[in-house]
Design a protein around this ligand. Structure first.
Ligand code: DC
Length: 225
Protein backbone atom coordinates (compact mmCIF):
# COMPACT_ATOMS: atom_id res chain seq x y z
CA UNK A 1 0.00 0.00 0.00
CA UNK A 2 1.27 3.45 -0.87
CA UNK A 3 1.56 6.29 1.59
CA UNK A 4 2.11 8.85 -1.18
CA UNK A 5 -1.20 10.45 -2.08
CA UNK A 6 -2.18 13.68 -3.75
CA UNK A 7 -5.78 14.58 -2.95
CA UNK A 8 -6.76 16.83 -5.84
CA UNK A 9 -10.14 18.57 -5.61
CA UNK A 10 -11.87 21.36 -7.44
CA UNK A 11 -14.91 22.33 -9.48
CA UNK A 12 -15.74 21.35 -13.07
CA UNK A 13 -13.29 22.80 -15.58
CA UNK A 14 -10.63 23.68 -13.01
CA UNK A 15 -8.27 21.43 -14.97
CA UNK A 16 -8.09 18.63 -12.40
CA UNK A 17 -8.19 15.74 -14.86
CA UNK A 18 -5.53 17.00 -17.27
CA UNK A 19 -3.37 18.25 -14.42
CA UNK A 20 -3.82 15.06 -12.39
CA UNK A 21 -2.90 12.87 -15.33
CA UNK A 22 0.22 14.89 -16.20
CA UNK A 23 1.38 15.08 -12.57
CA UNK A 24 0.94 11.31 -12.16
CA UNK A 25 2.95 10.69 -15.34
CA UNK A 26 5.70 13.03 -14.27
CA UNK A 27 6.00 11.41 -10.82
CA UNK A 28 5.56 7.81 -12.06
CA UNK A 29 2.36 7.55 -10.00
CA UNK A 30 -1.09 6.21 -10.88
CA UNK A 31 -4.24 8.32 -10.97
CA UNK A 32 -7.86 7.71 -10.00
CA UNK A 33 -10.60 9.86 -11.60
CA UNK A 34 -13.44 9.63 -9.06
CA UNK A 35 -15.76 11.84 -11.15
CA UNK A 36 -15.67 9.09 -13.77
CA UNK A 37 -16.96 6.65 -11.14
CA UNK A 38 -19.94 8.89 -10.32
CA UNK A 39 -20.51 9.22 -14.07
CA UNK A 40 -20.41 5.42 -14.51
CA UNK A 41 -23.10 4.92 -11.87
CA UNK A 42 -25.12 7.70 -13.53
CA UNK A 43 -24.77 5.94 -16.89
CA UNK A 44 -26.11 2.71 -15.33
CA UNK A 45 -28.99 4.60 -13.68
CA UNK A 46 -29.95 6.19 -17.01
CA UNK A 47 -29.66 2.86 -18.85
CA UNK A 48 -32.02 1.30 -16.32
CA UNK A 49 -34.42 4.25 -16.81
CA UNK A 50 -34.51 4.95 -13.10
CA UNK A 51 -36.32 8.03 -11.84
CA UNK A 52 -33.65 10.55 -10.79
CA UNK A 53 -35.82 11.67 -7.87
CA UNK A 54 -35.87 8.13 -6.39
CA UNK A 55 -32.77 7.77 -4.16
CA UNK A 56 -33.68 4.23 -3.08
CA UNK A 57 -33.81 2.95 -6.67
CA UNK A 58 -30.59 4.85 -7.48
CA UNK A 59 -28.78 3.28 -4.50
CA UNK A 60 -29.98 -0.18 -5.51
CA UNK A 61 -28.75 0.28 -9.06
CA UNK A 62 -25.40 1.55 -7.77
CA UNK A 63 -25.04 -1.51 -5.52
CA UNK A 64 -25.72 -3.77 -8.50
CA UNK A 65 -23.25 -2.04 -10.81
CA UNK A 66 -19.73 -3.42 -11.09
CA UNK A 67 -17.32 -0.67 -12.09
CA UNK A 68 -13.87 -1.35 -13.48
CA UNK A 69 -11.61 1.66 -13.86
CA UNK A 70 -7.98 1.89 -14.90
CA UNK A 71 -5.48 3.96 -12.95
CA UNK A 72 -2.78 4.15 -15.65
CA UNK A 73 -2.50 7.91 -16.36
CA UNK A 74 -1.57 7.14 -20.00
CA UNK A 75 -4.47 4.87 -20.72
CA UNK A 76 -7.86 5.63 -19.17
CA UNK A 77 -10.85 3.34 -19.51
CA UNK A 78 -13.93 2.54 -17.48
CA UNK A 79 -16.67 -0.07 -17.71
CA UNK A 80 -19.93 -0.76 -15.90
CA UNK A 81 -21.27 -4.31 -15.74
CA UNK A 82 -18.95 -5.24 -18.61
CA UNK A 83 -20.02 -2.37 -20.91
CA UNK A 84 -17.15 -0.19 -22.09
CA UNK A 85 -18.35 3.38 -21.34
CA UNK A 86 -15.18 5.49 -21.50
CA UNK A 87 -16.76 7.94 -23.99
CA UNK A 88 -20.40 7.43 -23.00
CA UNK A 89 -19.80 8.85 -19.50
CA UNK A 90 -18.99 12.27 -21.06
CA UNK A 91 -22.35 12.53 -22.86
CA UNK A 92 -24.56 15.58 -22.15
CA UNK A 93 -27.22 13.22 -20.69
CA UNK A 94 -24.80 11.80 -18.11
CA UNK A 95 -23.37 15.25 -17.35
CA UNK A 96 -26.88 16.62 -16.75
CA UNK A 97 -27.84 13.77 -14.38
CA UNK A 98 -24.59 13.22 -12.45
CA UNK A 99 -25.20 15.82 -9.73
CA UNK A 100 -28.52 14.17 -8.77
CA UNK A 101 -26.91 10.72 -8.59
CA UNK A 102 -23.82 11.88 -6.72
CA UNK A 103 -25.98 13.60 -4.07
CA UNK A 104 -27.38 10.22 -2.91
CA UNK A 105 -25.57 9.31 0.37
CA UNK A 106 -25.56 5.52 -0.29
CA UNK A 107 -23.95 6.07 -3.70
CA UNK A 108 -21.25 8.17 -2.08
CA UNK A 109 -20.63 5.63 0.66
CA UNK A 110 -20.25 2.86 -1.89
CA UNK A 111 -17.88 4.79 -4.15
CA UNK A 112 -15.80 6.20 -1.29
CA UNK A 113 -15.23 2.62 -0.13
CA UNK A 114 -14.10 1.58 -3.65
CA UNK A 115 -11.84 4.65 -3.86
CA UNK A 116 -10.15 3.84 -0.54
CA UNK A 117 -9.70 0.23 -1.69
CA UNK A 118 -8.03 1.45 -4.90
CA UNK A 119 -5.61 3.56 -2.85
CA UNK A 120 -4.92 0.65 -0.49
CA UNK A 121 -4.27 -1.67 -3.47
CA UNK A 122 -1.80 0.68 -5.12
CA UNK A 123 1.93 0.04 -4.81
CA UNK A 124 2.71 3.41 -6.41
CA UNK A 125 1.98 6.95 -5.35
CA UNK A 126 -1.55 7.93 -6.39
CA UNK A 127 -3.18 11.14 -7.55
CA UNK A 128 -6.84 10.90 -6.68
CA UNK A 129 -9.05 13.61 -8.05
CA UNK A 130 -12.60 14.65 -7.29
CA UNK A 131 -14.65 16.92 -5.07
CA UNK A 132 -14.37 15.39 -1.57
CA UNK A 133 -10.98 13.68 -1.63
CA UNK A 134 -9.27 15.97 0.90
CA UNK A 135 -12.37 16.27 3.10
CA UNK A 136 -13.82 12.73 3.09
CA UNK A 137 -11.97 10.10 1.06
CA UNK A 138 -8.41 10.76 2.28
CA UNK A 139 -8.63 13.29 5.13
CA UNK A 140 -5.14 12.24 6.32
CA UNK A 141 -3.39 12.80 2.99
CA UNK A 142 -0.16 14.75 3.51
CA UNK A 143 -0.79 16.59 0.24
CA UNK A 144 -4.12 18.20 -0.56
CA UNK A 145 -4.59 20.67 -3.36
CA UNK A 146 -7.79 22.48 -4.32
CA UNK A 147 -7.69 23.85 -7.86
CA UNK A 148 -9.87 26.84 -8.69
CA UNK A 149 -10.28 29.03 -11.76
CA UNK A 150 -12.67 31.78 -12.74
CA UNK A 151 -15.98 30.62 -14.27
CA UNK A 152 -14.84 32.22 -17.56
CA UNK A 153 -11.56 30.32 -17.69
CA UNK A 154 -13.29 27.05 -16.78
CA UNK A 155 -16.04 27.49 -19.37
CA UNK A 156 -13.45 28.26 -22.06
CA UNK A 157 -11.42 25.15 -21.21
CA UNK A 158 -14.43 22.83 -21.05
CA UNK A 159 -15.91 24.14 -24.33
CA UNK A 160 -12.64 23.81 -26.22
CA UNK A 161 -12.17 20.30 -24.82
CA UNK A 162 -15.55 19.24 -26.23
CA UNK A 163 -15.22 21.20 -29.50
CA UNK A 164 -11.95 22.88 -30.56
CA UNK A 165 -14.03 25.32 -32.67
CA UNK A 166 -16.34 26.42 -29.85
CA UNK A 167 -17.51 30.03 -30.24
CA UNK A 168 -18.46 32.72 -27.69
CA UNK A 169 -22.04 31.50 -27.55
CA UNK A 170 -20.97 27.89 -26.80
CA UNK A 171 -18.64 29.20 -24.09
CA UNK A 172 -21.41 31.33 -22.53
CA UNK A 173 -23.76 28.29 -22.47
CA UNK A 174 -21.05 26.11 -20.91
CA UNK A 175 -20.43 28.79 -18.29
CA UNK A 176 -24.08 28.69 -17.21
CA UNK A 177 -24.08 24.86 -17.12
CA UNK A 178 -20.85 24.76 -15.09
CA UNK A 179 -22.16 27.31 -12.59
CA UNK A 180 -25.41 25.36 -12.17
CA UNK A 181 -23.47 22.11 -11.54
CA UNK A 182 -21.10 23.86 -9.10
CA UNK A 183 -24.06 25.23 -7.18
CA UNK A 184 -25.60 21.74 -6.89
CA UNK A 185 -22.26 20.12 -5.95
CA UNK A 186 -21.45 22.85 -3.39
CA UNK A 187 -24.88 23.07 -1.80
CA UNK A 188 -25.62 19.36 -1.39
CA UNK A 189 -25.93 18.13 2.16
CA UNK A 190 -23.47 15.24 1.89
CA UNK A 191 -19.79 15.86 1.14
CA UNK A 192 -20.28 19.19 -0.63
CA UNK A 193 -17.54 20.55 -2.87
CA UNK A 194 -15.29 22.59 -0.58
CA UNK A 195 -11.59 22.79 0.18
CA UNK A 196 -10.33 20.90 3.25
CA UNK A 197 -9.06 23.29 5.92
CA UNK A 198 -5.52 22.06 5.23
CA UNK A 199 -5.74 22.22 1.41
CA UNK A 200 -3.38 24.38 -0.59
CA UNK A 201 -5.53 26.45 -2.93
CA UNK A 202 -4.21 27.07 -6.42
CA UNK A 203 -5.98 29.45 -8.82
CA UNK A 204 -5.21 28.24 -12.34
CA UNK A 205 -7.08 30.97 -14.29
CA UNK A 206 -3.90 32.64 -15.52
CA UNK A 207 -1.61 29.59 -15.56
CA UNK A 208 -0.81 27.18 -18.37
CA UNK A 209 -1.21 23.46 -17.86
CA UNK A 210 2.58 23.05 -17.66
CA UNK A 211 2.86 25.74 -14.99
CA UNK A 212 0.21 24.08 -12.82
CA UNK A 213 1.80 20.66 -13.31
CA UNK A 214 5.26 22.01 -12.37
CA UNK A 215 3.88 23.54 -9.17
CA UNK A 216 2.14 20.32 -8.15
CA UNK A 217 5.19 18.18 -8.90
CA UNK A 218 7.23 20.48 -6.67
CA UNK A 219 4.60 20.28 -3.93
CA UNK A 220 4.72 16.46 -4.18
CA UNK A 221 8.53 16.41 -3.89
CA UNK A 222 8.25 18.68 -0.86
CA UNK A 223 5.51 16.57 0.80
CA UNK A 224 7.25 13.26 0.05
CA UNK A 225 11.02 13.98 0.02
O1 DC B 1 -15.11 15.72 -12.38
P1 DC B 1 -16.39 15.38 -13.16
O2 DC B 1 -17.01 16.56 -13.86
O3 DC B 1 -16.20 14.22 -14.08
O4 DC B 1 -17.43 14.91 -12.01
C1 DC B 1 -18.74 14.55 -12.32
C2 DC B 1 -19.66 14.79 -11.13
O5 DC B 1 -19.41 13.85 -10.10
C3 DC B 1 -19.58 16.17 -10.50
O6 DC B 1 -20.65 17.00 -10.94
C4 DC B 1 -19.72 15.93 -9.03
C5 DC B 1 -19.54 14.47 -8.85
N1 DC B 1 -18.38 14.11 -8.05
C6 DC B 1 -18.54 14.04 -6.69
O7 DC B 1 -19.62 14.32 -6.19
N2 DC B 1 -17.50 13.63 -5.91
C7 DC B 1 -16.31 13.32 -6.45
N3 DC B 1 -15.32 12.91 -5.66
C8 DC B 1 -16.12 13.43 -7.86
C9 DC B 1 -17.17 13.84 -8.63
Amino acid sequence: MTSKTLALDGPAGSGKSSVGRAVAQSLGWVMLDTGAMYRAVTWAVLEARIDLTDPVAISLEAANTTIRITTDPRNFSISANGHEITSAIRSPEVTAAVSAVSAVPDVRELLVKLQREAVAASDFGIVIEGRDIGTVVLPDSALKVFLTASPEARARRRSLEVDPNADAENIADTRLAIMARDAKDSEREHSPLKPATDSQILDTSELTLDQVVDQLVQMAHHAYP
